[in-house]
Write a protein that binds this ligand. Sequence first.
Ligand code: MN
Length: 206
Amino acid sequence: MTYSLPELTYDYAALEPHISARIMELHHSKHHKAYVDGANHALAQMAEARETGSFANINRLEKDLAFHLGGHVNHSIFWTNLAPDAGGTPEGEVASAIDEYFGSFDAFKAHFQAASLGIQGSGWGVLSWDPLGSRLVIQQLFDQQANTAQGTIPILQLDMWEHAFYLDYQNVKADYVAAFWHIVNWENVAKRFEAARAHAGASLLV
Ligand code: MN
């Protein structure tokens, strides 16, 4: 199998009281697992289609791959974007970049929060590096795979699917987003920022 479920580096209960152990367990072991399985299954069915030369289902398979691989990528990033005893404000170059492209950390926060809360249906709030403009952008990712530009590299993602918060926060999404800021792993975001700028910029511009 090409894809596998990554282990978390913290316990399911580690993000309490901001995200409950019950949500973390279901979210990681059931929801994320289903995306991993779905992505592997789509690849297997595509291989079978090539072997038999029958591409009658190719549109469905391409959609399945985008959705499930998207889900796998998104959750793999999300888990590392979180940590117990984290939160606060970013430091170093990522902090300077946030100030540069959004005016201030508070303005960034307000923008990211509004974009996340404004998502119609299921999706993600995403802070990404755009190699073409050499800048940070905030995007609304619909479902697991839509409404973002090719080539942008996510460095911070917030899962706004109901499965991510409903057990803890019911319909009060704003409380979930407020809690998120207490568990953002800015060290991980800084690492992703560095990697995005160092390695990915050139690939889009050749
Ligand atoms: Mn999710």
